[in-house]
Write a protein that binds this ligand. Structure first.
Ligand SMILES: Nc1ncnc2c1ncn2[C@@H]1O[C@H](COP(=O)(O)OP(=O)(O)OP(=O)(O)O)[C@@H](O)[C@H]1O
Length: 251
């Protein structure tokens, strides 16, 4: 469903991704773990076409999102735009439109981008807000909602575009501890019930263990090791993973 083949990304001398090879199968729930600055967010942003690779091929659902030859430049093609439609993302900092109600935030992209009729978009948005437990708050604007509620609206907004691939970038890292549980609950339900492919950058190791089919340990722009959560989190083979997990657990 997702493949990175020989993908590199640099900013000046900062080589963030180094000829990265990485695959996610359809329907898989994959958690990416690794130290700060290792390039995890960059992977998600390349999938969202918010960043371009310097080299390599990225495919989503069999379509080519990026195909950049060595020394070439990334070009957006028609296929890039088609592949991009299959991808949704939930950001660390919610990124809702503050002047619009929760309902309007969720309806916006289906109406503007997918040209869904307004009444249908409203019905679907209300169903999604119901699913994330916020139907009764649908007329509130983001400043009147808690961080956890805003993040649940952001999840509903991403789902409204019916993505085949949903990306989460540390979705609870901006939340107060008491608000984390509700957001993780919504993501857990999605992971268990939906056949969407889910890729999540997280520091919540217990959660990663609970919902993931695969955990990928990432460092310095490359995969260190990858496997089922029981293997990577309980019996990591690489010294780098062992050191990282020790540091996280001590924290
Ligand atoms: N737009 C940008 N311009 C320049 N450097 C960037 C840009 N975006 C990311 N970087 C650099 O790329 C490196 C990897 O960043 P990235 O956010 O992908 O790491 P990360 O593993 O997600 O880290 P964290 O866990 O702290 O979010 C960092 O050194 C960062 O400073």
């Amino acid at each position: 469903m997702i493949s990175f083949d020989g993908v590199s990304k640099s900013w000046g001398d900062n080589h963030v991704l180094r000829s990265l090879d990485f695959q996610v199968h359809p329907g898989e729930k994959v958690s990416i773990i690794g130290p700060s600055g290792s390039g995890k967010t960059t992977i998600l942003r390349i999938l969202m076409t918010l960043e371009t690779p310097n080299e390599g091929v990225v495919r989503v659902g069999g379509k080519t999102l990026w195909d950049v030859p060595a020394g070439g430049k990334a070009k957006e093609t028609k296929e890039t735009r088609l592949a991009r439609r299959d991808v949704g993302m939930v950001f660390q900092s919610f990124n809702l439109f503050p002047h619009m109600t929760a309902l309007a935030n969720v309806m916006e992209a289906p109406i503007k981008v997918s040209k869904v009729p307004k009444e249908q978009a409203r019905e679907e948005a209300l169903e999604l807000l119901d699913m994330v437990g916020l139907r009764e708050h649908c007329e509130k604007k983001p400043p009147k909602l808690s961080g956890g509620q805003q993040q649940r609206v952001a999840i509903a907004r991403a789902l409204a575009m019916k993505p085949r691939v949903l990306l989460f970038d540390e979705p609870t890292s901006a939340l107060d501890p008491e608000l984390i549980g509700d957001v993780l609950g919504v993501i857990r339900d999605l992971a268990h019930r939906s056949d969407m492919t889910m890729l999540m950058v997280t520091h919540e190791m217990r959660f990663a263990e609970e919902i993931s089919d695969q955990v990928v340990m990432f460092d310095s722009g490359a995969v260190v090791e990858q496997g089922p959560p029981a293997q990577i989190l309980k019996e990591p083979q690489h010294e780098r993973t062992q050191r990282f997990l020790r540091a996280v657990l001590e924290h």
